[in-house]
Ligand binder design. Structure first.
Ligand code: GDP
Ligand code: IMO
Ligand code: MG
Length: 425
């Protein structure tokens, strides 16, 4: 089958290095589409040593002459959008081919305030969200009171919609002594913001299907990771969107047309925010890895929790999403570690299990079963092919490939575009 439509998704808890691969592979595609999430994402792209960070605009924007689309499954913070457009223009990156779905939902300031309030009220049970209003915006979408891009252009009906959406929220803000929002002011403010994007608005599904019919190649950009998926992740410690199945729904491309799914896998595991993490490392080795991997949140700057690679969780992620090839990233970070562990099973109440239990309570009580292999000392960040990798590094990669029964197509040995080994290519 001709592989003309590629999805790139995170296979763990986000921050696997999706941005790098979306940028790298965009060269081979005509249209790059983000299909879910919002500015909770933080994607890093390094080109010739210069670091760029994007939260909302697809990472394919740095490739030349591509159409870049923010799909209907995304929730849009317009302030973030404009600041990213300004940043790109300052860096001589054209945004003239950036398009926005008329059906994407808008994140309002009150969603952000509500996100913060929800977290405060949860106390020690808080999710550790990015406080970008993602959950409340998707909540309104599901409650069918959300406001979409297309709604920004008719001021009278926008006022009615804002009134409706604020009626309950303002009561809640008042109850907790938080400032309330003036619906008229909010509607006027967002109407004006809407005017600034009007010429970029498209019907995403029509646009993409026309492109496909004209023989164009499409790359779909995922945010977050499978274990943060609202259905398949470690609920409730997840984000509020579908990370995997939204690939079709969030873009308006029929599911039968998506024929290749590249899972990005960090050579270890990281997680920001609360939730179970069976293979978490609780000794000084986590600091070694965190510092070498610069494991601090792109959006919130929080230190990321660090653990060994979790084969059980990865097998699950591959199964629920249909990932058919892998890119292993940040493997250079593991240089200098004497013994490397892979979590290959869990112990739950004295029994060995090889699946993720459905309840978080149970998952938090699981202990890791590890196999341990020898590490390598060499710096591998300049390696250009598989043969030049240290023997133990090759053994580690082959073991991951075997345990996951999925082909490793790329090995990433540093953040830059050119620090990438294409396996057998
Ligand atoms: P994303 O959210 O999946 O796009 O990932 P992030 O950009 O949030 O986090 C990945 C981090 O690792 C970024 O700082 C990247 O520049 C960096 N990175 C990506 N691939 C590699 C790699 O192979 N080696 C190292 N050392 N850093 C990498
Ligand atoms: P990228 O695309 C890592 C996490 C938050 C929190 C949970 C819910 O860069 O991989 P939310 O604000 O979405 O309601 O927070 O999800 N989270 C991420 N963690 N990378 C991300 O995106 C994330 N987006 C959300 O830390 O635990
Ligand atoms: Mg990130």
């Amino acid at each position: 089958m001709k592989k003309n439509i590629l999805g790139i998704i995170g296979s763990q808890y986000g921050d696997e290095g999706k941005g790098k691969f979306i940028d790298l592979l965009s060269e081979d595609y005509d249209v790059i589409v983000r299909y879910q999430g919002g500015d909770n994402a933080g994607h890093t792209i390094v080109i010739d040593g210069k670091k760029h960070k994007l939260r909302l605009i697809p990472s394919g924007i740095f490739a030349n002459n591509k159409d870049i689309v923010i799909g209907n499954g995304v929730v849009i913070n317009l302030t973030t959008l404009f600041s990213e457009i300004d940043y790109l223009i300052e860096n001589n990156i054209s945004t003239s081919n950036l398009y926005i779905s008329n059906k994407a939902h808008i994140i309002f300031d009150f969603h952000i305030e509500l996100d913060k309030l929800n977290e405060e009220n949860k106390g020690s049970n808080k999710i550790g969200t990015t406080c970008r209003g993602i959950g409340p915006c998707y909540t309104d979408k599901a409650a069918r009171i959300g406001i979409r891009v297309a709604d920004l252009f008719d001021l009278d009906s926008l006022k009615e919609k804002v009134n409706l959406i604020l009626s309950e929220k303002n009561q809640l803000f008042a109850k907790y002594n938080k400032p309330i929002f003036d619906a008229e002011k909010v509607a006027n403010q967002y109407y004006l913001l809407g005017q600034k994007i009007k010429d970029k608005v498209i019907d995403c599904s029509v646009f993409l299907n026309n492109a496909i019919n004209n023989g164009k190649k499409i790359l779909l950009e995922g945010a977050q990771g499978v274990l943060l998926d609202i259905d398949h992740g470690t609920y409730p410690f997840v984000t509020s969107s579908n990370v995997t199945s939204a690939i079709a729904g969030g873009s308006g491309i029929g599911i039968t047309k998506i024929n290749n799914l590249l899972g990005i896998v960090k050579a270890y595991t990281s997680r920001v925010g609360s939730g179970p993490f069976v293979s978490e490392i609780h000794n000084e080795l986590s600091t070694y890895i965190r510092e070498r991997g610069n494991e601090y949140g792109t959006v919130t700057k929080r230190p990321r929790r660090i653990g060994w690679i979790d084969i059980v969780a990865l097998k699950y992620a591959i199964n629920v999403s249909g990932i058919n090839e892998l890119a292993i990233t940040l493997i250079d970070v593991l240089s200098g570690i004497d013994k490397i562990k892979l979590c290959v099973g869990y112990m739950y109440e004295g029994k060995e299990i090889n699946y993720i239990p459905p309840s978080n309570n149970e998952y938090s009580k699981c202990d890791p079963i590890y196999i341990t292999i020898d590490g390598w000392k060499e710096d591998i960040s300049d390696c250009k092919d598989v043969h030049s990798l240290p023997e133990n590094c090759k053994k580690y990669l082959l073991l991951i490939q075997k345990l996951l029964a999925t082909k490793i197509s790329y090995i990433s040995v540093g953040p830059d575009r050119n620090q990438t080994i294409k396996v057998g290519k």
